[in-house]
Design a protein around this ligand. Structure first.
Ligand SMILES: CC(C)(COP(=O)(O)OP(=O)(O)OC[C@H]1O[C@@H](n2cnc3c(N)ncnc32)[C@H](O)[C@@H]1OP(=O)(O)O)[C@@H](O)C(=O)NCCC(=O)NCCS
Length: 329
Protein backbone atom coordinates (compact mmCIF):
# COMPACT_ATOMS: atom_id res chain seq x y z
CA UNK A 1 0.00 0.00 0.00
CA UNK A 2 1.27 3.49 -0.86
CA UNK A 3 1.42 6.23 1.80
CA UNK A 4 -1.24 8.90 1.17
CA UNK A 5 -1.29 12.60 2.10
CA UNK A 6 -3.72 15.48 2.00
CA UNK A 7 -2.27 17.58 -0.84
CA UNK A 8 -4.85 20.39 -0.89
CA UNK A 9 -7.74 21.76 1.18
CA UNK A 10 -10.63 24.01 0.16
CA UNK A 11 -13.81 25.23 1.84
CA UNK A 12 -16.71 27.50 0.97
CA UNK A 13 -19.85 28.83 2.62
CA UNK A 14 -22.49 30.88 0.81
CA UNK A 15 -22.56 34.55 1.88
CA UNK A 16 -26.16 34.55 3.21
CA UNK A 17 -26.30 34.39 7.04
CA UNK A 18 -29.17 33.51 9.40
CA UNK A 19 -28.52 34.63 12.97
CA UNK A 20 -30.17 33.28 16.10
CA UNK A 21 -32.12 36.54 16.28
CA UNK A 22 -33.40 35.99 12.72
CA UNK A 23 -34.65 32.54 13.79
CA UNK A 24 -36.30 33.94 16.90
CA UNK A 25 -38.57 35.93 14.55
CA UNK A 26 -39.54 32.72 12.73
CA UNK A 27 -40.02 30.24 15.64
CA UNK A 28 -40.43 30.38 19.42
CA UNK A 29 -36.75 30.45 20.39
CA UNK A 30 -34.07 32.83 21.68
CA UNK A 31 -30.43 33.58 20.98
CA UNK A 32 -29.69 32.62 24.60
CA UNK A 33 -31.34 29.18 24.35
CA UNK A 34 -29.59 28.28 21.08
CA UNK A 35 -26.18 29.50 22.25
CA UNK A 36 -26.41 27.79 25.62
CA UNK A 37 -27.70 24.42 24.35
CA UNK A 38 -25.68 24.19 21.14
CA UNK A 39 -22.94 26.87 20.94
CA UNK A 40 -24.30 28.12 17.59
CA UNK A 41 -24.69 31.87 16.86
CA UNK A 42 -25.29 31.89 13.13
CA UNK A 43 -25.33 29.68 10.06
CA UNK A 44 -25.05 30.23 6.30
CA UNK A 45 -27.79 29.69 3.74
CA UNK A 46 -27.64 29.39 -0.04
CA UNK A 47 -29.47 31.77 -2.38
CA UNK A 48 -32.65 30.40 -4.01
CA UNK A 49 -31.71 28.00 -6.83
CA UNK A 50 -28.20 27.32 -5.49
CA UNK A 51 -27.52 23.58 -5.11
CA UNK A 52 -24.96 21.45 -3.30
CA UNK A 53 -22.73 21.16 -6.40
CA UNK A 54 -22.66 24.99 -6.68
CA UNK A 55 -21.16 25.44 -3.21
CA UNK A 56 -18.90 22.40 -3.66
CA UNK A 57 -17.34 23.84 -6.82
CA UNK A 58 -15.28 26.67 -5.23
CA UNK A 59 -14.16 24.34 -2.41
CA UNK A 60 -13.08 21.65 -4.90
CA UNK A 61 -11.25 24.09 -7.17
CA UNK A 62 -9.38 25.60 -4.20
CA UNK A 63 -8.27 22.14 -2.99
CA UNK A 64 -7.11 21.16 -6.50
CA UNK A 65 -5.19 24.45 -6.92
CA UNK A 66 -3.45 24.04 -3.55
CA UNK A 67 -2.36 20.55 -4.59
CA UNK A 68 -0.67 22.16 -7.61
CA UNK A 69 -2.98 20.25 -9.96
CA UNK A 70 -5.66 21.02 -12.53
CA UNK A 71 -9.11 19.38 -12.60
CA UNK A 72 -7.91 17.13 -15.44
CA UNK A 73 -5.36 15.55 -13.05
CA UNK A 74 -8.17 14.27 -10.76
CA UNK A 75 -8.98 10.63 -11.55
CA UNK A 76 -11.52 9.86 -8.79
CA UNK A 77 -14.23 11.86 -7.00
CA UNK A 78 -16.09 10.74 -3.89
CA UNK A 79 -18.77 13.16 -2.79
CA UNK A 80 -20.18 12.86 0.75
CA UNK A 81 -23.60 14.47 0.95
CA UNK A 82 -27.09 14.02 2.37
CA UNK A 83 -28.55 16.73 0.15
CA UNK A 84 -27.50 15.78 -3.40
CA UNK A 85 -28.62 18.12 -6.20
CA UNK A 86 -30.91 15.28 -7.34
CA UNK A 87 -31.30 11.61 -6.37
CA UNK A 88 -29.76 10.90 -9.77
CA UNK A 89 -27.57 11.75 -11.52
CA UNK A 90 -25.10 11.80 -8.64
CA UNK A 91 -23.69 15.13 -7.50
CA UNK A 92 -20.22 13.69 -8.16
CA UNK A 93 -21.19 13.59 -11.87
CA UNK A 94 -22.62 17.12 -11.75
CA UNK A 95 -19.47 18.44 -10.06
CA UNK A 96 -17.17 16.55 -12.46
CA UNK A 97 -18.77 18.42 -15.36
CA UNK A 98 -18.83 21.79 -13.55
CA UNK A 99 -15.11 21.73 -12.72
CA UNK A 100 -13.98 19.98 -15.92
CA UNK A 101 -12.51 16.90 -14.19
CA UNK A 102 -12.92 15.00 -17.42
CA UNK A 103 -10.56 12.15 -16.46
CA UNK A 104 -12.34 11.28 -13.21
CA UNK A 105 -14.95 8.71 -12.32
CA UNK A 106 -16.75 8.83 -9.00
CA UNK A 107 -19.91 8.61 -6.96
CA UNK A 108 -21.88 10.05 -4.06
CA UNK A 109 -21.49 8.60 -0.59
CA UNK A 110 -24.38 8.71 1.89
CA UNK A 111 -23.23 8.69 5.49
CA UNK A 112 -24.88 11.91 6.74
CA UNK A 113 -22.60 13.72 9.20
CA UNK A 114 -19.88 11.07 8.72
CA UNK A 115 -19.90 11.78 4.97
CA UNK A 116 -16.52 13.49 4.91
CA UNK A 117 -14.78 10.93 7.14
CA UNK A 118 -16.16 8.00 5.11
CA UNK A 119 -15.34 9.70 1.79
CA UNK A 120 -11.82 10.43 3.04
CA UNK A 121 -11.35 6.79 4.09
CA UNK A 122 -12.67 5.48 0.75
CA UNK A 123 -10.49 7.76 -1.38
CA UNK A 124 -7.45 7.10 0.83
CA UNK A 125 -7.69 3.37 0.17
CA UNK A 126 -8.14 3.99 -3.57
CA UNK A 127 -4.94 6.05 -3.71
CA UNK A 128 -3.11 3.64 -1.38
CA UNK A 129 -3.97 0.67 -3.61
CA UNK A 130 -2.78 2.40 -6.78
CA UNK A 131 -6.30 2.61 -8.26
CA UNK A 132 -6.14 6.43 -8.09
CA UNK A 133 -3.26 8.92 -8.15
CA UNK A 134 -5.15 12.12 -7.29
CA UNK A 135 -8.53 11.74 -5.61
CA UNK A 136 -10.97 14.56 -4.83
CA UNK A 137 -12.89 14.13 -1.57
CA UNK A 138 -15.88 16.43 -1.10
CA UNK A 139 -18.17 16.97 1.89
CA UNK A 140 -20.98 19.40 1.11
CA UNK A 141 -24.56 19.93 2.15
CA UNK A 142 -27.39 22.39 1.60
CA UNK A 143 -29.20 21.49 4.80
CA UNK A 144 -31.56 24.46 4.34
CA UNK A 145 -33.20 22.44 1.52
CA UNK A 146 -34.48 19.81 3.99
CA UNK A 147 -35.09 21.96 7.08
CA UNK A 148 -38.58 22.80 8.33
CA UNK A 149 -38.24 26.44 9.34
CA UNK A 150 -41.34 26.11 11.54
CA UNK A 151 -39.72 23.38 13.70
CA UNK A 152 -37.63 25.04 16.41
CA UNK A 153 -36.05 21.77 17.51
CA UNK A 154 -34.19 21.32 14.19
CA UNK A 155 -34.07 24.61 12.27
CA UNK A 156 -31.66 26.22 14.73
CA UNK A 157 -29.07 23.47 14.37
CA UNK A 158 -28.09 23.28 10.70
CA UNK A 159 -26.39 25.38 8.02
CA UNK A 160 -25.08 25.14 4.45
CA UNK A 161 -21.40 24.65 3.58
CA UNK A 162 -18.82 22.77 1.54
CA UNK A 163 -15.29 21.44 1.97
CA UNK A 164 -12.87 19.38 -0.10
CA UNK A 165 -9.44 17.82 0.01
CA UNK A 166 -7.23 16.28 -2.66
CA UNK A 167 -5.39 13.08 -1.75
CA UNK A 168 -2.12 12.15 -3.46
CA UNK A 169 0.73 9.72 -2.85
CA UNK A 170 3.08 10.89 -0.05
CA UNK A 171 6.84 10.88 -0.34
CA UNK A 172 8.89 8.61 2.01
CA UNK A 173 9.27 11.16 4.86
CA UNK A 174 6.10 13.17 4.29
CA UNK A 175 3.30 13.36 6.89
CA UNK A 176 0.43 11.10 5.84
CA UNK A 177 -2.87 9.47 6.79
CA UNK A 178 -2.20 6.90 9.52
CA UNK A 179 -5.27 4.89 10.55
CA UNK A 180 -9.05 4.91 10.70
CA UNK A 181 -12.03 3.23 12.35
CA UNK A 182 -15.55 3.41 10.92
CA UNK A 183 -18.71 1.65 12.11
CA UNK A 184 -22.47 1.80 11.58
CA UNK A 185 -25.42 0.98 13.83
CA UNK A 186 -28.59 0.70 11.76
CA UNK A 187 -30.79 0.42 14.85
CA UNK A 188 -30.55 4.19 15.23
CA UNK A 189 -32.24 4.93 11.90
CA UNK A 190 -35.46 6.42 13.26
CA UNK A 191 -33.66 8.89 15.54
CA UNK A 192 -32.52 11.09 12.64
CA UNK A 193 -34.00 10.79 9.17
CA UNK A 194 -35.95 12.27 6.28
CA UNK A 195 -39.01 10.00 6.14
CA UNK A 196 -40.18 10.48 2.52
CA UNK A 197 -38.81 11.02 -0.96
CA UNK A 198 -37.15 7.61 -1.31
CA UNK A 199 -38.50 4.28 -2.55
CA UNK A 200 -40.17 3.56 0.81
CA UNK A 201 -42.39 6.62 0.65
CA UNK A 202 -42.27 8.34 -2.76
CA UNK A 203 -43.49 11.93 -2.98
CA UNK A 204 -47.26 12.40 -2.95
CA UNK A 205 -49.48 15.32 -2.00
CA UNK A 206 -49.97 13.54 1.33
CA UNK A 207 -46.23 13.23 2.09
CA UNK A 208 -45.78 16.92 1.28
CA UNK A 209 -48.79 17.94 3.41
CA UNK A 210 -47.41 15.91 6.33
CA UNK A 211 -43.97 17.57 5.94
CA UNK A 212 -42.27 14.22 5.47
CA UNK A 213 -39.63 15.68 3.13
CA UNK A 214 -37.97 17.52 5.97
CA UNK A 215 -35.43 16.06 8.37
CA UNK A 216 -36.69 14.80 11.72
CA UNK A 217 -34.69 14.20 14.85
CA UNK A 218 -35.02 12.79 18.34
CA UNK A 219 -32.43 15.24 19.68
CA UNK A 220 -31.93 13.61 23.08
CA UNK A 221 -31.37 10.11 21.59
CA UNK A 222 -28.86 11.45 19.03
CA UNK A 223 -27.10 13.49 21.70
CA UNK A 224 -26.67 10.48 23.99
CA UNK A 225 -25.39 8.22 21.19
CA UNK A 226 -23.03 10.92 19.86
CA UNK A 227 -21.40 11.56 23.24
CA UNK A 228 -20.87 7.86 23.91
CA UNK A 229 -19.76 6.69 20.46
CA UNK A 230 -17.63 9.68 19.52
CA UNK A 231 -15.51 9.12 22.66
CA UNK A 232 -15.47 5.36 22.06
CA UNK A 233 -14.24 5.52 18.45
CA UNK A 234 -11.62 8.16 19.27
CA UNK A 235 -10.27 6.04 22.13
CA UNK A 236 -10.23 2.94 19.91
CA UNK A 237 -8.11 4.57 17.17
CA UNK A 238 -5.72 6.13 19.67
CA UNK A 239 -5.27 2.92 21.68
CA UNK A 240 -4.73 0.84 18.53
CA UNK A 241 -1.83 3.15 17.66
CA UNK A 242 -0.33 3.18 21.16
CA UNK A 243 -1.42 6.79 21.70
CA UNK A 244 -3.47 8.78 24.19
CA UNK A 245 -5.22 12.13 23.86
CA UNK A 246 -2.09 13.75 25.28
CA UNK A 247 -0.18 12.83 22.08
CA UNK A 248 -2.56 14.77 19.81
CA UNK A 249 -1.86 18.28 18.54
CA UNK A 250 -5.45 18.86 17.41
CA UNK A 251 -8.82 17.15 17.76
CA UNK A 252 -11.24 17.95 14.93
CA UNK A 253 -14.70 16.63 15.67
CA UNK A 254 -17.82 16.85 13.54
CA UNK A 255 -19.42 20.13 14.61
CA UNK A 256 -23.00 19.46 15.76
CA UNK A 257 -23.15 20.66 19.34
CA UNK A 258 -20.49 22.26 21.55
CA UNK A 259 -21.47 20.04 24.48
CA UNK A 260 -20.91 16.83 22.46
CA UNK A 261 -17.41 17.98 21.44
CA UNK A 262 -16.49 19.02 25.00
CA UNK A 263 -17.70 15.69 26.42
CA UNK A 264 -15.65 13.76 23.83
CA UNK A 265 -12.54 15.82 24.52
CA UNK A 266 -12.91 15.16 28.23
CA UNK A 267 -13.34 11.43 27.60
CA UNK A 268 -10.04 11.22 25.71
CA UNK A 269 -8.26 13.49 28.19
CA UNK A 270 -7.73 16.43 25.87
CA UNK A 271 -7.52 20.03 27.09
CA UNK A 272 -9.84 22.37 25.14
CA UNK A 273 -6.89 24.29 23.67
CA UNK A 274 -6.27 21.23 21.48
CA UNK A 275 -9.87 21.18 20.24
CA UNK A 276 -11.25 23.18 17.34
CA UNK A 277 -14.82 24.43 17.70
CA UNK A 278 -16.14 26.65 14.91
CA UNK A 279 -19.83 25.68 14.88
CA UNK A 280 -20.58 29.10 16.36
CA UNK A 281 -20.43 30.58 12.85
CA UNK A 282 -21.71 27.71 10.69
CA UNK A 283 -24.02 25.44 12.72
CA UNK A 284 -24.00 21.81 11.68
CA UNK A 285 -23.14 21.70 7.96
CA UNK A 286 -23.32 17.86 7.98
CA UNK A 287 -20.61 16.52 5.60
CA UNK A 288 -18.81 19.88 5.46
CA UNK A 289 -18.05 20.48 9.15
CA UNK A 290 -14.65 18.76 9.31
CA UNK A 291 -13.02 20.40 6.25
CA UNK A 292 -14.46 23.77 7.38
CA UNK A 293 -12.93 23.20 10.82
CA UNK A 294 -9.56 22.18 9.30
CA UNK A 295 -9.61 25.35 7.21
CA UNK A 296 -10.36 27.61 10.19
CA UNK A 297 -7.77 25.85 12.38
CA UNK A 298 -5.15 26.41 9.70
CA UNK A 299 -6.12 30.09 9.26
CA UNK A 300 -5.79 30.59 13.03
CA UNK A 301 -2.32 28.99 13.04
CA UNK A 302 -3.58 26.06 15.12
CA UNK A 303 -2.91 23.44 12.44
CA UNK A 304 0.64 23.12 11.18
CA UNK A 305 2.56 20.70 8.98
CA UNK A 306 3.47 17.54 10.89
CA UNK A 307 0.74 17.96 13.56
CA UNK A 308 -0.90 14.76 14.81
CA UNK A 309 -4.64 15.20 14.20
CA UNK A 310 -7.67 13.06 15.06
CA UNK A 311 -10.94 13.49 13.15
CA UNK A 312 -14.19 11.99 14.49
CA UNK A 313 -17.81 12.06 13.40
CA UNK A 314 -21.22 10.69 14.32
CA UNK A 315 -24.18 10.94 11.97
CA UNK A 316 -27.59 9.63 11.00
CA UNK A 317 -27.80 5.90 10.50
CA UNK A 318 -26.06 5.84 12.91
CA UNK A 319 -22.66 6.29 11.27
CA UNK A 320 -19.49 6.71 13.32
CA UNK A 321 -16.00 7.40 12.02
CA UNK A 322 -12.50 8.49 12.95
CA UNK A 323 -9.29 9.15 11.02
CA UNK A 324 -5.84 9.64 12.55
CA UNK A 325 -3.36 11.60 10.42
CA UNK A 326 -0.28 13.77 10.32
CA UNK A 327 -1.14 17.09 8.69
CA UNK A 328 0.80 17.48 5.48
CA UNK A 329 0.17 21.08 4.33
C1 LIG B 1 -31.32 19.36 19.89
C2 LIG B 1 -30.64 19.65 21.22
C3 LIG B 1 -29.79 20.89 21.09
C4 LIG B 1 -31.69 19.89 22.29
O1 LIG B 1 -31.06 20.20 23.50
P1 LIG B 1 -31.59 19.57 24.89
O2 LIG B 1 -30.84 20.23 25.96
O3 LIG B 1 -31.47 18.09 24.75
O4 LIG B 1 -33.07 20.02 24.90
P2 LIG B 1 -34.37 19.09 24.91
O5 LIG B 1 -34.48 18.35 23.60
O6 LIG B 1 -34.32 18.30 26.16
O7 LIG B 1 -35.49 20.15 24.97
C5 LIG B 1 -35.66 20.93 26.12
C6 LIG B 1 -36.81 21.87 25.89
O8 LIG B 1 -36.39 22.89 24.96
C7 LIG B 1 -37.36 23.01 23.94
N1 LIG B 1 -36.72 23.43 22.71
C8 LIG B 1 -36.29 22.66 21.69
N2 LIG B 1 -35.74 23.44 20.74
C9 LIG B 1 -35.84 24.71 21.19
C10 LIG B 1 -35.45 25.96 20.68
N3 LIG B 1 -34.83 26.08 19.47
N4 LIG B 1 -35.68 27.06 21.41
C11 LIG B 1 -36.26 26.99 22.61
N5 LIG B 1 -36.67 25.84 23.15
C12 LIG B 1 -36.45 24.71 22.45
C13 LIG B 1 -38.00 21.64 23.83
O9 LIG B 1 -39.26 21.76 23.25
C14 LIG B 1 -38.03 21.22 25.27
O10 LIG B 1 -39.16 21.82 25.87
P3 LIG B 1 -40.08 20.97 26.88
O11 LIG B 1 -39.16 20.58 28.00
O12 LIG B 1 -41.13 21.96 27.23
O13 LIG B 1 -40.56 19.82 26.08
C15 LIG B 1 -29.76 18.44 21.68
O14 LIG B 1 -30.58 17.37 22.00
C16 LIG B 1 -28.81 18.01 20.61
O15 LIG B 1 -27.87 18.73 20.30
N6 LIG B 1 -28.97 16.79 20.09
C17 LIG B 1 -28.04 16.23 19.12
C18 LIG B 1 -28.20 16.97 17.84
C19 LIG B 1 -27.21 16.55 16.84
O16 LIG B 1 -26.04 16.52 17.14
N7 LIG B 1 -27.67 16.24 15.64
C20 LIG B 1 -26.87 15.94 14.54
C21 LIG B 1 -26.15 14.69 14.76
S1 LIG B 1 -25.05 14.46 13.51
Amino acid sequence: MRPVKIAGLGAYVPPGVITNDDLSKMVDTTDEWILQRTGIRERHKVAPGEATSDIAKPAALAAIAEAGLTPKDIDFIVFGTTTPDTIFPSTACVLQAKIGATNAWGFDLGAACSGFVYALTTAWKMVASGASDHALVVGADVMSSIIDYTDRSTCVLFGDGAGAVVLSVAGPDEPCLIDFANEIDGHGGDALCMPAGGSKLPATHETVDKKLHYMRQDGAAVFKFAVRQSGEIATRVLTKNGLTGADLDLFVSHQANRRIIEATAERIGLPMDKVIINLEYYGNTTAATIPLALMDARKDGRLKKGDLVLLTSVGAGFTVGSVLLRWSL
